[in-house]
Design a protein around this ligand. Sequence first.
Ligand SMILES: Cc1cc2nc3c(=O)[nH]c(=O)nc-3n(C[C@H](O)[C@H](O)[C@H](O)COP(=O)(O)OP(=O)(O)OC[C@H]3O[C@@H](n4cnc5c(N)ncnc54)[C@H](O)[C@@H]3O)c2cc1C
Length: 281
Amino acid sequence: MEKSLRIAVLIKQVPATENVKIDPETGVMIREGLEVEVNPLDLHAIEEAVRIKEKVSAHATAVTMGPPSAEKAARYAIAMGCDEGVVVTDRTFAGSDTLATANVLAETLRKLGGFDLVLAGERATDGETGQVGPAVGSFLGIPVLTYVSKLEIQGDRALVQRAVEGGHERLSAPIPALAVVVKEINVPRLCTLGGKLKAKKAAIRVLTFEDLGLPRERVGLAGSPTKVVKVGYPQVTRKGRKVSVAGDFDGAMTELERFLADAGMTGMPAFSSGGTKEANL
Ligand SMILES: Cc1cc2nc3c(=O)[nH]c(=O)nc-3n(C[C@H](O)[C@H](O)[C@H](O)COP(=O)(O)OP(=O)(O)OC[C@H]3O[C@@H](n4cnc5c(N)ncnc54)[C@H](O)[C@@H]3O)c2cc1C
């Protein structure tokens, strides 16, 4: 009987907003009260796992490290077509940098019995380092294929196309291997009603610090040599006021002239009507 390919997909739950706030003391993201979603780039990794499942006998496990609520991300992966979901969660993991995160994820994959193919997204939209995927592969001691825009499993090898500057590169590596996929690889499918129902009923496996048996000093803040020293926000120095012309060009120009006069900017060239629809003050 044909051996079933074991695929792990690494997915991260990220804030569904660009308005992310960082704790100025710890340099760690304030996640409380934020809407979350599966990291958009990880949807391509899930999609690729499901496409492989449609071609060869395979079993796909979505793995996420995060708070207990990250089980929602695991369920989303199942709704898209993964077979099961695993959440690695423990207060001890809080504040993990990429090294500690990758350490926990690699140990999780080992504890789950090992995988022939590990898929990861290019980067998470919050931390944005793009380090976790390759670091997991490195901890596992398996080939790491990055910027993968095409992927095929042939026997005991992964054949990939890498998106490189100015073209493509074709590589082949023995499996087990880890592939970091780019968004060009596929278009993620929408979840079907059947998928959503399956995901709702699925039992999500939860692993904790105790289950992994890693030394305490290798996880969480203790196992994180990288510290976010300071996060700055750009200062908005211009105060804009938008005047909509909406049919009254002369009125808008009068307002603009008054604004410039108030700001002490006189002797500006005269404005003429026609063409322009908006003035930014
Ligand atoms: C503003 C900010 C700046 C940061 N800067 C740094 C920094 O410079 N150096 C550093 O070490 N840490 C940094 N961190 C911490 C970092 O976000 C966390 O370590 C995070 O868990 C992983 O890094 P990432 O978000 O950059 O993921 P990336 O490395 O960008 O993620 C790549 C892929 O790895 C997988 N993946 C990542 N995280 C998980 C997870 N928790 N579970 C499952 N799969 C996952 C996904 O497939 C993802 O697409 C920063 C965090 C913030 C909020």
